[in-house]
Design a protein around this ligand. Sequence first.
Ligand code: ADP
Ligand code: MG
Length: 249
Amino acid sequence: MSPDFADTFAKNNMTSETVINVSNLDHFFGEKTLKKQVLFDINLAIKAGEIVIMTGPSGSGKTTLLSLMGGLRSAQVGSLQILDQEMRGANKGKLTKLRRQIGYIFQAHNLMTFLTAKENVRMSLELHEQYLNQDINTKSIAMLEAVGLGDHVDYYPESLSGGQKQRVAIARALVSHPKIVLADEPTASLDKQSGRDVVELMQKLAKEQDCTILLVTHDNRILDIADRIIYMEDGQLKSDGVDMRIKLN
Ligand code: ADP
Ligand code: MG
């Protein structure tokens, strides 16, 4: 299928509400005798504004699936439609374009240590052409105020607590109003209360911006913020749409 045709095909097959549509997706690492399959026939649709939590044992393929959805690696087999674009076989240009439309929050906050909180947030806006004519300084400060860090805008990451750094990461991810936020174990290094604060903040901002969140976690204490919980095991999606809270608690 030509890339153009694949996109038209993807558009016609998605309802306007679906922002992520995965069908029959496999993924392999390595080559030849070292080739190993890590994702098996994944099928999943996520709607605009939904908060979906993905859980499951370590090594089950959660990060791999997230990195494919975020355009951090190229999908190989099956179909992966993100924001109306078919990403299977996507080239570098297409992956880069997708990455600009997505907010990422990782376990380790991944802030630039040599930039202040404000500069970290501003950097995310500098990647977007549509913000170049706007006052990105004011926008960055407003976003830091929204995550409760209005009095820490000029702090460097090393002077912030774990929870504060993760809040800067949230501000950085959401300041450009992405349609999708992908978060990989964002509360893993936080204590109970900071973890709770961080996800509640994500939930609040996402609902305000009508943003879709896919959040990977092992943290049973935050499952209640999800609209839906999905479960991965051995590279397979074992449960989609079933309420797993009873099982996990
Ligand atoms: P999870 O996030 O659920 O812990 P991952 O997606 O990180 O799982 O890993 C799934 C499987 O893929 C594991 O067996 C892991 O060892 C393997 N894997 C992950 N990344 C790579 C890579 N870059 N190269 C080779 N194997 C990988
Ligand atoms: Mg992982």
